[in-house]
Design a protein around this ligand. Structure first.
Ligand SMILES: [Zn+2]
Length: 187
């Protein structure tokens, strides 16, 4: 449980910093990335309910609420990204934007290490899977740095393209969480 809490605090902090930077830069790639990071943080809530309240029913309801929240966030990211394709916007503060991608990468990498170490110690496949997820997410955050670089090189279209790719990643997680709640594992 401590492992889960530590990685949760790190990810939430990273997402909070990214939110501040999003307000400065207006990058939709960053918007999608921070929605993704907040969404991943939310997925820990049903686990906490199951652990502290020992309530399977509570866990399922919380799980449904979380999947709903992540799905709605994904739709917001999708909407903003499509708007940006229609009305391209000039991005500013590209160095700060790249910094936001770095914050996301470092936050996820720390969460990955904490979870993988805990998972190996407790021999928990679920925690190891979470760790691997966070490690992949670190690379998703690097996409924000990629956006800053390519926009800086003179192709502003890179930002909504990367935003769209990250939105697809969020939808995939929503789908996976939905399947987990209903116990329909296909692996
Ligand atoms: Zn993720």
């Amino acid at each position: 449980m401590r492992t889960v809490s530590i990685s949760l605090v790190v990810l939430t902090l990273a997402a909070a910093v990214q939110t501040l930077i999003f307000l400065t830069t207006g990058s939709v790639a960053l918007l999608a990335d921070l929605i993704h990071n907040f969404g991943d943080g939310l997925t820990a809530i049903p686990l906490g309910i199951a652990f502290f309240l020992r309530s399977v029913r509570g866990e399922r309801w919380a799980g449904l609420a979380v999947v709903g929240a992540i799905f709605i966030s994904a739709m917001v990211a999708l909407y903003e990204t499509i708007l940006r394709f229609i009305h391209p916007q000039h991005l500013t503060h590209l160095w700060v934007l790249a910094g936001a991608g770095l914050v996301g990468f470092i936050g996820n990498e720390i969460a990955a290490r904490v979870r993988l170490r805990g998972g190996k110690r407790l021999d928990s496949p679920a925690l190891i899977a979470d760790g691997n997820h966070a490690r992949v997410d670190g690379f998703v955050s690097l996409g924000v740095i990629g956006s800053a670089i390519v926009v800086g090189l003179g192709a502003p279209i890179a930002d909504p393209i990367i935003g769209l790719v990250i939105t697809v990643v969020i939808l995939k997680i929503t789908w996976d969480s939905w399947k987990t709640i209903y116990g329909q594992h296909d692996h």
